[in-house]
Write a protein that binds this ligand. Structure first.
Ligand SMILES: [Zn+2]
Length: 281
């Protein structure tokens, strides 16, 4: 049954003038990088943190209330280097193969550095940031900083209690306040870099809104519907030649007002994209 739907999606991609992808956390889960559950990957790379703090998954590790910043940065440095060094997951590589040769753009809520490993920066908008960068926590100025070297330095000096030395805690070069990963929270910096990517997304929509535009929503949950889900519904409803495909592991239903302009597929994204790639190539 889903086989027929996947064939249908391959045909929709072939016929489209352009494809706008909305990628959510389900994509990274399908790649094996699940940030919300304890899986083999977590046990392999974060066992010591589990033993010390009782952290059961990456999400808990990120939001855990550490008693000292040296401990918090111990976790951050391990977490960020894990994301930086993990290879691009199979669903992302399959998606790339499905889209290459097409006009496409990717809007994502993921910050886990998977998408920029596969897709060029001028075709992606990471709406909620990217763990490769730090920002001032105030923020006092509009700049984000590549953190790879700082993270390596922290890891090299981490002690057996998973703490880093105080002097390695990153500080804003302008005001001296602590820096934080450039990801969505209440001081998230939507500055020049963010605005440029967001404008690229808007320009893409403007270019294709009166053409045959396919919206491909992949693994988008219900946590932040205002970023992908609701705008995609609006576009599918308002643009005359736009069609929406949503693929998710959990059972979902198409909104009624999109009758005839939407296809909902309940499927594992690893399987879906592998089969889709086979159909397209
Ligand atoms: Zn500052």
């Amino acid at each position: 049954m889903n086989q027929d739907k996947i064939k249908n999606v391959a045909e929709l991609i072939r016929q489209a003038d352009a494809v706008l992808v909305g990628a959510g956390s389900g994509m990274s889960s399908a790649a094996g990088y699940n940030h919300y559950h304890c899986n083999e990957m977590f046990k392999k790379y974060f066992k010591d943190f589990e033993q010390t703090y009782g952290i059961r998954n990456l999400f808990q590790g990120f939001y855990y209330v550490y008693s000292k910043p040296e401990q918090q940065w111990g976790f951050y440095s391990r977490y960020i280097t894990f994301m930086e060094t993990s290879p691009a997951g199979q669903p992302y590589r399959d998606l790339y193969e499905c889209l290459k040769g097409k006009e496409y753009f990717i809007l994502t809520t993921n910050c886990d550095i998977q998408i920029p490993k596969v897709f060029p920066e001028n075709r992606i908008c990471q709406f909620q940031g990217d763990f490769r960068y730090f920002q001032c926590s105030q923020p006092c100025h509009d700049q984000i900083y590549e953190n790879y070297a700082m993270i390596q330095d922290m890891l090299d000096s981490m002690n057996d209690n998973q703490e880093i030395p105080s002097e390695k805690i990153p500080r804003c070069p302008k005001c001296g306040w602590k820096m934080v990963p450039w990801v969505q929270d209440n001081t998230f910096l939507q500055g020049e870099y963010w605005k440029t990517a967001y404008q690229q997304y808007k320009n893409f929509v403007d270019t294709y809104k009166n053409k045959k535009l396919l919206l491909l929503e992949l693994g988008v949950g219900d946590m932040t519907p205002s970023v992908i889900k609701l705008p995609f519904w609006d576009m599918a409803y308002n643009f005359s030649d736009t069609f929406l495909v949503t693929v998710n592991l959990d059972a979902g239903s198409s909104p009624e007002h999109l009758n005839g302009k939407c296809l909902t597929i309940n499927e594992d994204l690893l399987y879906f994209l592998q089969k889709l790639r086979g159909q397209i190539q």
